[in-house]
Design a protein around this ligand. Structure first.
Ligand code: NAD
Length: 462
């Protein structure tokens, strides 16, 4: 008896039901109800990706980059609406930065030794399926940037995004799969679950098919990943100080610091979180901050009110994170002029608004008696995160001394912090800066294994 099309459909549906293959919600690629199903789908996609030529992988990445730019505004608006953090204009820029400056397959290189005893190569191969945990502060930027790097390295990726940014994260994950399909690649190069929780994160971290986990977030998640028994890339918290010494172009320093600090309402982990200034230029710096850079000088009473609301009950109030300066001031009853971009005040390094990583445009300024004192206070404020620090100085001995003392993955000199991401500075972009585990600014090569390939006594043709 000939088999009709409807019979084929019935058989397929029956088999699917028996295999309990979870389907993505209508119209969404890479989104699953169950974490185990998501990992299974990712594994199947990786089996295809690892056999693809570099040229084919690059075609997928080109399509992801194009779609990221086409959707930059939608993603920016969605993230601001969903999380209430940041601002649309800067988030659009961040998406363009990811699309244009995240390294692709050119980052996957080979090292060779050729000599009398033959030829030896070190090649970068995929780990397989990578687990990735992403923050609510740069949700789609991190997902798009991680996917470009991980797929360039021949991997696929399972995300457990921050629940507070799940809509935006799902949009980005669907987008990269659409890009892959359009470029002739497989579906599910990036996957996630509809409702990410600590439980789904645990399933991912413990899963036998996930050899590597990349965690981008605060100290809790990095510690959890590093305790998982798996290899972990830990991109943790920062509290970057901007040091200004007596040799700096103080006027430019004030402008650069406010530009960096207010970018996306201070959400980037690399953004200036406080200033340490040597006493001799302190007043001049404050003058430029207030008169030329739209900073609001908070009184002692206003600082106390800010502490009560921003760190209510000693805990960082999520409702204040990523808000603009005027919104923060309105929360303490101050109706600030429309041009105000940042809140400043002078205080000791132990002031809670200075010592804590706030991720909002509040810049406490700490006075130091001289350069050595400034370095000491800045190192204290960085809390050993080894993440990011900034300096405004024309004295290379001072810059060198600071760089050695603070020992961070990023040190920006005489520019806004975002120069570290290739925005107004040289170098590539990433939204996963592996401060805790030492890889620094991650890229495709970070997500590969080094493999040695040896041919003894042959193939050396010199
Ligand atoms: P967060 O730590 O609250 O959340 C980050 C992610 O980790 C989320 O997906 C969250 O669900 C998950 N998570 C939190 N605790 C966990 C646990 N115990 N086990 C498993 N998963 C857990 O951070 P956030 O508010 O989303 O982002 C801001 C923080 O991230 C800041 O501290 C910032 O400095 C840091 N950050 C670092 C980088 C970097 O590249 N180093 C980049 C962006 C943000």
């Amino acid at each position: 008896m000939p088999i009709s099309e409807s019979m084929v459909q019935e058989i397929v549906q029956e088999v699917m039901a028996k295999m309990q293959i979870a389907e993505a919600p209508a119209g969404k690629h890479g989104i699953f109800r169950d974490m185990n199903d998501a990992i299974e789908a990712s594994k199947k996609a990786q089996a295809i990706v690892k056999r693809m030529s570099m040229d084919q992988r690059e075609k997928i990445l080109t399509c992801i980059r194009r779609k990221t730019k086409e959707n930059a505004e939608i993603l920016a608006r969605m993230a601001v609406d969903e999380t209430g953090m940041g601002n649309v204009g800067d988030k659009i820029l961040k998406h363009h930065l990811v699309a244009d400056n995240t390294p692709g397959t050119e980052d996957i290189t080979t090292t060779a030794w050729s000599g009398d005893r033959g030829l030896t190569l070190i090649e970068m191969g995929p780990f397989g399926v990578i687990g990735a945990i992403t923050p609510c502060t740069n949700p789609s930027e991190t997902i798009l940037c991680n996917t470009i790097g991980m797929v360039a390295g021949g991997n696929t990726v399972v995300f457990n995004p921050h629940p507070a940014a799940i809509k935006t994260s799902i949009y980005a994950i669907n987008l990269v799969n659409e890009a892959s399909l359009e470029a002739g690649g497989p579906d599910n190069i990036a996957v996630t679950v509809e409702k990410p929780t600590l439980e789904t994160s645990n399933i991912m971290m413990k899963h036998k098919d996930i050899p590597l986990i990349a965690a981008t977030g605060g100290p809790g998640v990095v510690t959890a990943v590093l305790s998982s028994g798996k290899r972990g890339i830990g991109a943790g918290a920062g509290n970057p100080p901007a040091l200004v010494d007596e040799t700096a172009d103080v006027r430019k320093a004030a402008q650069d610091i406010v530009n960096g600090c207010t970018f996306d309402n201070n959400l980037p982990c690399i953004a200036e979180k406080e200033i340490v200034a040597v006493s001799s230029i302190m007043d001049e710096l404050m003058h430029y901050l207030i008169t030329e850079n739209d900073c609001y000088l908070a009184s002692k009473e206003e600082q106390d009110k800010l502490v009560n609301i921003v760190l209510a009950g000693g805990k960082l109030n999520r409702k204040c994170v990523g808000r603009d300066a005027r919104t923060l001031l309105s929360m303490i009853g101050v109706d600030a002029p429309a041009n105000i971009r940042c809140i400043v005040f002078e205080g000791p390094k132990e002031h809670p608004l200075i010592a804590e990583e706030l991720m909002m445009p509040i810049l406490g300024v700490v006075r130091a008696k001289d350069f050595d004192d400034a370095v000491e206070q800045a190192v204290w404020l960085e809390h050993g995160n080894r993440h990011s620090a900034h300096i405004h100085s024309k004295n290379i001995d001072n810059i060198t001394k600071y760089a050695r003392a603070i020992d961070t993955a990023i040190l920006v000199k005489n520019a806004p912090s975002y120069a570290a991401l290739g925005f107004g500075g040289e170098g590539y972009c990433t939204f996963t800066i592996a401060s805790r585990t030492g890889e620094g600014l991650t890229s495709a090569s970070t997500f590969t294994k080094r493999r040695r390939c040896v041919m003894s006594d042959s193939l050396c043709i010199r």
